[in-house]
Write a protein that binds this ligand. Structure first.
Ligand SMILES: [Zn+2]
Length: 268
């Protein structure tokens, strides 16, 4: 009779039975969990709320003891909740930017070799985006130094919205991989120069436009003055040359020619 059985013996019997019928037990448990998911969740949540410190300590201990499994857990969670996770991280950074910077620095110092290798690979594979990123960083820095408003905007978006046409001379412009001077390289121009902060030269989308290399260096540090743009004839001539395929990489200027041009003694 169960009622008269030694309780320790009864427990042992149950354990043995479970051990022998492990699959049945697992299946039963699974079915039970499925049928009572809401109740079990609520119960778990309640327990968690009531024993937060204990639960957190237990979690931390488990994560420390099972680093590989923990990593996989994090990964699965991020994959399933990408937006929420990003939002959480953003909030966390905003709450304590100094700590976030310290953490970043620490991470970069520890993984410098891997990071620079990865960055180089990305740059090789994405030449246009990488140049665009450089320009974006440069402009943001100059705006910051001058204390004017700066908007985070992808230069590619500026080029696309201007149809890859220089807004000063009307030349079709292109993006080139690597350094070097190309007459028709797409660059970002600030309509009111960043140097002219008193006249509203800021780094916002309203103040940005596409320009070819030539126009941008001719314009120098001044504003884009519509009354002082090159003649339409030059734009037409350039466009015709470009259509003949002459105005591209093939006429890349030598360093010397470039220096001459910058000194104002060279004209195309
Ligand atoms: Zn131009």
């Amino acid at each position: 009779m169960a009622t008269t059985m030694n309780p320790e013996k009864a427990r042992q019997q149950k354990r043995d039975w479970r051990e022998k019928n492990r699959e049945t037990v697992t299946e039963c448990n699974r079915k039970y969990r499925e049928a009572n998911r809401a109740i079990l969740r609520a119960r778990a949540r309640k327990y968690r709320e009531e024993n937060l410190d204990k639960v957190r300590a237990a979690n931390r201990k488990w994560f420390e003891e099972n680093p590989d499994k923990a990593k996989q857990c994090y990964r699965n969670y991020y994959r399933a909740n990408q937006e929420a996770a990003t939002e959480y991280q953003r909030n966390r950074r905003a709450a304590n930017p100094q700590l976030a910077h310290a953490r970043d620095r620490n991470y970069y110092e520890k993984n410098a070799a891997v990071i620079s290798k990865r960055a180089r690979k990305w740059r090789d594979e994405h030449p246009e985006e990488s140049r665009a990123k450089d320009a974006r960083g440069r402009h943001a820095r100059r705006a910051r130094e001058r204390g004017v408003e700066s908007e985070r905007l992808n230069p590619l978006a500026v080029f696309v919205s201007d149809d890859y046409i220089c807004q000063r001379c009307g030349l079709n412009v292109h993006q080139y991989k690597g350094p070097g001077w190309y007459r028709d390289r797409a660059t970002i121009d600030h309509i009111i120069a960043l140097a002219n902060t008193n006249r509203g030269g800021d780094n916002t989308s309203n103040n940005r436009q596409t320009m070819c290399s030539m126009c941008n260096s001719e314009k120098g540090h001044g504003d884009d003055d519509p009354t002082r743009r090159p003649s339409a004839a030059r734009a037409v001539r350039d466009k015709a040359a470009r259509d003949r395929g002459e105005l591209s990489r093939d006429i890349q200027m030598s360093d010397e020619a470039q220096a001459k041009r910058i000194r104002g003694r060279y004209r195309i």
